[in-house]
Design a protein around this ligand. Structure first.
Ligand code: PBG
Length: 325
């Protein structure tokens, strides 16, 4: 490559049209999935204090929100359920009339074109707030798989288009894939939370989903933040077990993980721009300390540049508005 003064990189930055022509990464509505929270009740839309602009919706209001997503051409929604009552084995997670099952049916009925992705995990449904069965203070792996299978089948039965296990138990992707296949759901893709870290960035979500652990933390099953080789091993396992889409979560502090996963595996990769990442931008924006729109677009573009094919973000609706203004 020639160098200065023959080559002057600033030439191609001189105006917006030149910049548009040489831009390497373009955020698009096609990349986005919008996460939503569903609660029991009628006509409920309660804003989550630490996540301004995000709501816990009752099924009727959720359907309205789903219509809005479809009108914005956002490809899919990720659903989290908040049950009326919790118990030690998260029974409502796999109840036929559970909150998610009802929500999925209602959305698929009213807005069939919107992809409905369900988060498969037990923490919102257990009274102890952990993602699995507890014995003597420990989360048991293999007995939890049985419950995750029941939950996944129940979601698929209700009409979920994609199953997204977020529990981080070993072997769950393979167990869920096998159960789906044996029950006639061989066409239902699995989006696996493959590299999910034990992150402090989930704080606002736990308020939204009422899923904070009642004792201890999740470090014995979610990944240790300093590790990247371990993430590559987790991803390799999930591919072998049949994952169709891999996820790295959170996104922003883990762009290196995302970029290595994308470089090594030829599989679609999703990144979850989690609740804490959203809350920080919202809070600083509301204080007038940063420009919310510019910072959010910069962050989301960086997630795509790092290798994400799909971005799960609470900014999804705003992004569509910003990209079309
Ligand atoms: C459930 C789950 C969590 C998130 C997605 N699925 C919370 C957790 O693991 O504690 C976090 C999402 C967010 O912070 O936006 N296990």
């Amino acid at each position: 490559m020639s160098h200065f003064p023959i080559y002057r990189p600033r030439r191609l930055r001189a105006n917006e049209n030149l910049r548009r022509l040489v831009r390497e990464t373009q955020l698009s509505v096609d990349d986005l999935i919008y996460p939503m929270f569903v609660v029991h009740g009628v006509d409920v839309a309660s804003e989550i204090p630490s996540m301004p602009g995000c709501y816990q919706y009752s099924v009727d209001r959720l359907v309205r929100a789903a219509k809005e997503l479809a009108a914005l051409r956002i490809p899919g929604a990720l659903l989290f359920g908040i049950p009326e009552s919790k118990d030690s084995i998260g029974s409502e997670a796999y109840a036929d009339d559970g909150i998610i099952q009802r929500a999925v049916r209602a959305i698929k009925d009213a807005v069939p074109e919107l992809l409905v992705i369900t988060d498969v995990c037990l923490c919102e449904y257990t009274d102890h707030g952990h993602c699995g069965v507890i014995h003597e203070g420990e989360v048991l792996n293999d007995p939890t798989l049985e419950l995750l299978i029941k939950e996944s089948l129940s979601h698929a039965h209700a009409g979920a288009d994609v199953i997204a296990p977020s529990d981080m138990m070993d072997g769950r992707v393979g167990a869920i894939r096998k159960a789906l296949d044996e029950n006639g759901y061989d066409q239902t893709p699995i989006m696996a939370y493959s590299a999910k870290y034990a992150s402090a960035f989930y704080g606002p979500f736990r308020e939204a989903a009422e899923s904070a652990p009642q004792f201890g933390d999740r470090r014995a099953y979610q990944m240790d933040p300093p590790n990247v080789e371990e993430a590559l091993r987790e991803v390799a396992l999930d591919i072998e077990e049949g994952a169709d889409i891999l996820m790295v979560k959170p996104a922003l502090s883990y762009l290196d993980v995302l970029s290595q996963v994308k470089a090594r595996f030829q599989v679609p990769v999703a990144a979850y721009n989690v609740s804490g990442e959203y809350a920080m931008i919202k809070a600083a924006g509301q204080n007038g300390w940063i420009d919310e729109k510019r910072v959010a677009l910069e962050v989301l573009t960086s997630i795509k540049r790092a290798g994400a094919d799909i971005i799960l973000t609470y900014f999804a609706k705003s992004v569509v508005e910003w990209l079309t203004e």
